[in-house]
Structures are given as C-alpha cells and as structure tokens.
Design a protein around this ligand. Structure first.
Ligand code: GRF
Length: 216
C-alpha cells in the first residue's frame, strides 16, 4: 500500500460486539485513518450502535438478503467503494469473503484473530487452544486471502497463561492485546509501513521505526 499523507479511508466489517471497532474509533479515527463505513453481517449487532454514536455511516449486509455469497460480496464491495474505502478491516466479522471481493481491494483487507496463527484458525480459536492445552496464547493481525485465517501475518503478540482453563479468562487477557495490535496495524498500514517480502510472499516486512512510533 502506498504511503499516504491524508488519513487512510478505512471500512470496518463487524458481526457482533464491536470492541475492536471501538478501539479503532477511539485511537485512529480522525488521525491516521478515517473510518468511512461500518458494515455488519448481522442486523442489530452492538457494533452498529458504536458507529452511530460516532456518526460513521453503517449498513447491514446479511447473507440471507442476497441470492448467494457472491451477490452479497458485490453489494458490500460496491458500497465500500462508494464510501471511498482503501483499507478494509475485519473486526470480528464472521463471514468469508470471496476472491472477487478481495480482488477489488488488493493487499488491503486485514483481519484480527485471537490465536497465534497458523495455530487454531477458524471459529472458537480460544476454545481450540484450551482444548489443545497450550500454555502460550496470543493474537494475530494478518492480510486476508481466500482461505480461513491463512493470509500473511502482519503483527503477532503472545501472552503466557500457563494455568488458564476457562475461555473467559483467556478472552479477558487477549482482548486488550487485540485492541492494541489492530490499532497499531492500522497505523502502520496508513503510514505505508507494511510490505510483502519480494523473496517470500508469505512474509511481511514492517518498518521497525514506524512500529515504535505506532505504539504511541
Ligand atoms: C474478536 O475476538 C476477534 O478476534 C474475533 O472476533 C472477536 C470480535 O470481537 N475475530 P469484537 O466484536 O471486536 O468485540
């Protein structure tokens, strides 16, 4: 993504509570990024109210309202383009996006996932990790490709929880990490500080100086 001097026009896709959306609204909106659209796959999602409070336009794109996923993706992509979005952030978005949607926003769709990928992709990542018995949990922000949580990693952060046994306990530890990491990733993307390694398309190269500045 090219370096931009203006705030990066960003769309956020949600399905639920929207605490990650809130972190972006509180920490980057109107600064490095301008959140120009919030799209929900679920009518009545609490995230929609968070958008309303900040006067960010929002819309519901429920799968059941379209003939198929492709038609949903097209309508969603059209609206995000109309709103001028250049970055699309999946923040608790519980739907898959097809290749044609991703092709409209090349290298510009990111997701936050509550595990250290490639461990525990997909639904109920925290429960998967607990069932496996891991001692280190974590969060990943990654580029989105057509697979399930399989795109190149942008940022990861781990936390040792050797005695954890309940999902609520892990969630409580991971939530602040998610919010911090997603905020930092959007700042870095807005600064053009993330690129794909030409030698290894799986690997991202993050400008270290921008990471330090992105912590602020
Ligand atoms: C987060 O745990 C995120 O990692 C996962 O869904 C959850 C969304 O939470 N993909 P919220 O809606 O941002 O509060």
């Amino acid at each position: 993504m090219a370096r931009v001097s203006e705030p990066l026009a960003t769309a956020v896709l949600v399905s639920g509570t929207g605490t990650n959306l809130q972190a972006l609204l509180d920490n980057v909106h109107g600064r490095e990024a301008q959140i120009v659209a919030v799209a929900s796959s679920v009518a009545g999602a609490a995230a929609l109210e968070r958008a309303r409070v900040r006067e960010v336009p929002s819309r519901v794109f429920a799968r059941a309202d379209y003939a198929d996923r492709g038609a949903r993706d097209e309508a969603l992509g059209d609206w995000l383009k109309e709103r001028g979005a250049r970055l699309v952030v999946l923040a608790g978005y519980m739907e898959l996006l097809g290749e044609s949607f991703l092709a409209r926003f090349p290298g510009s769709v990111v997701n936050v996932h509550p595990s250290l990928l490639p461990a525990f992709p997909g639904l109920r990542a925290i429960e998967q990790a607990l069932a496996y018995g891991v001692k280190v949990f974590g969060v990943t922000v990654h580029f989105v490709d057509a697979g399930v949580d399989s795109g190149p990693v942008i940022l990861q952060r781990a936390v040792e929880l050797p005695d954890a046994s309940a999902p609520e306990e892990v969630l409580a530890a991971l939530r602040p990490l998610e919010h911090a990491l997603l905020t930092q990733a959007v700042r870095l993307l807005a600064r053009g500080a993330v690129r794909i390694d030409p030698e290894n398309q799986r690997r991202t190269i993050v400008d270290r100086a921008a990471v330090r500045a992105g912590d602020g």
